[in-house]
Ligand binder design. Structure first.
Ligand code: UD1
Length: 430
């Protein structure tokens, strides 16, 4: 089992290149199966979730060619099996995007019930409600969701809550349904817009993505395209908070500053300076951060995927801060781990009250999920002494070369796989 070992207390300095957005890429790869022509996609992150999805796509007959580490071609003309069975698919939530893609093109799909991070109950009723409104029959049998339609037709769908996954899934199926679909109360996240742009580049007719009403005119066929995935706002934000907690000064390259606005605003409330450029952002942190309050919200609000990272920053900020998690009910599982590093956090339901402490002290902790795992790494970067983060499997689901990128910013962090390597690191860093 691999771990990260970190000697904390070093200010991060320098430049870091942000990769493509995992959550956009998952949906775009699934949608690439909707044409018989070859689609080229680049700026893909090389992370476990993406590789698991590519494997599952090959499992249903798609032809995938790795052009290089961050680019693939996908040809879905040979997809003839609509049952997604790969074991790895149970581990990633985004298996459900093959449901919308296959249902749209083939009017039939069978996908394992999604797995992914244990951050709440994560139902998919809104996805199914959308498919049903378009004329599909759906059922759950033996751990699979099965959706089939004689004919898929447009529908007027009002989502009961803002759901990124349901918005994208319905948009994909509707892109090849007969007639017009309207999704009301749609999610506005940048990756919803990216998926719509991708589908439109294949000949779909989708308007309004990025607002809460999306209109889709179904088309009969989609065609080839070449597409570059947007930068990952969550990876970028993770580095911004890492700069904040270490009193650092870093420049993030390959970002869209607009997508980072909610994060930048909070980073400034913590007392950091944020300078925005065309496709870069610089964060300059003070020696001591200021506490503040934050509530997670759908975009353009503060993202739930950045909640553990800001909480870590607030845990060593001046004063008392309140963090309210309004999207997922089980997203404070890292708090006990952080307490081992000296943090003082009290959780009541979906609210965490954080009393800032002077400093963290290094400890052995476990990543409970993807983003919380990254947050514990950030805590380790700020902590006095050595921190070991176990279960980094979760972190590698969504971050490419996290240790390498931090090392390039001056951090002392390594991936290790044995006690011997841990001892070697301890001797090296002194
Ligand atoms: C996506 C992201 C995830 C992020 C989340 C919120 C991917 C692969 N994952 O997850 O990283 O944290 O958006 O920004 O893109 N809900 C229902 N019924 C449904 C669908 C959702 O009740 O049918 C609820 C969820 O339980 C949750 C809320 O709606 O409370 C938002 O979930 P949703 O936006 O769908 O999240 P995901 O698409 O799963």
């Amino acid at each position: 089992m691999e771990q990260y070992i970190i000697k904390g207390g070093i200010s991060l300095n320098g430049e870091v290149e942000i990769g493509g957005a995992k959550n956009a890429a998952l949906a775009i790869l699934a949608a690439a199966n909707m044409t018989n022509e070859t689609v080229y996609i680049d700026n893909l992150p090389d992370v476990r979730d993406i590789n698991a999805l590519l494997e599952a796509m090959e499992g249903i007959g798609a032809r995938i060619d790795r052009v290089d580490r961050h680019a693939v071609t996908v040809n879905g003309s040979s997809v003839e099996n609509f049952i997604v069975e790969t074991e790895s698919m149970k581990k990633i939530r985004a298996s459900y995007y093959l449901l919308g893609a296959l249902l749209g093109k083939h009017k039939k799909a069978q996908v394992p019930l999604p797995g992914g991070c244990n951050i709440g109950s994560r139902p998919i009723d809104q996805h199914l409600k959308g498919f049903k409104a378009m004329g599909a029959k759906t059922r759950i049998e033996h751990g699979f969701i099965i959706a089939e339609a004689e004919e898929l037709h447009g529908a007027h769908i009002f989502l009961d809550m803002v759901s990124v996954g349901a918005t994208i899934n319905i948009m994909m199926a509707a892109a090849m349904a007969e007639g017009n679909t309207i999704i009301e109360n749609a999610a506005k996240e940048p990756h919803v817009v990216d998926v719509a742009n991708f589908l439109n580049s294949m000949g779909a007719r989708i308007k309004g993505a990025g607002t809460d009403v999306i209109r889709i005119m179904g088309v009969k066929v989609l065609h080839k395209t070449e597409y570059s995935i947007i930068p990952d706002q969550i990876e970028a934000g993770t580095f911004m908070f890492a700069a904040a907690v270490t009193g650092g000064d870093i420049v993030l390259r390959n970002v869209i500053p607009k997508h980072l606005e909610a994060t930048s605003a909070k980073i400034m409330e913590l007392g950091c300076q944020v300078h925005e450029y065309d496709d870069a952002v610089r964060v300059i942190a003070p020696q001591k951060l200021q506490g503040t309050h934050v509530k997670t919200m759908p975009y353009p609000g503060f993202p739930t995927d950045m909640q553990p990272q800001i909480a870590v920053s607030l845990a060593i900020a001046e004063g008392t801060s309140i963090v309210t998690e309004s999207i997922f009910e089980n997203r404070f599982r890292y708090v006990d781990e952080l307490a081992r590093m000296g943090a003082s956090v009290k959780v009541e339901g979906n609210v965490a009250v954080i009393s800032g402490v002077e400093r963290f002290t290094g400890a052995r902790v476990s990543a409970p999920d993807l983003r919380a795992g990254a947050a514990l790494v950030i805590a380790g970067l700020a902590a006095e002494g050595i921190t070991i983060v176990d279960d980094i499997y979760y972190i590698e689901r969504g971050y490419e070369n996290l240790d390498l990128k931090f090392r390039e910013l001056g951090a002392k962090i390594e991936k290790v796989a044995s006690e011997k390597e841990i001892q070697k690191f301890r001797l090296k860093v002194g």
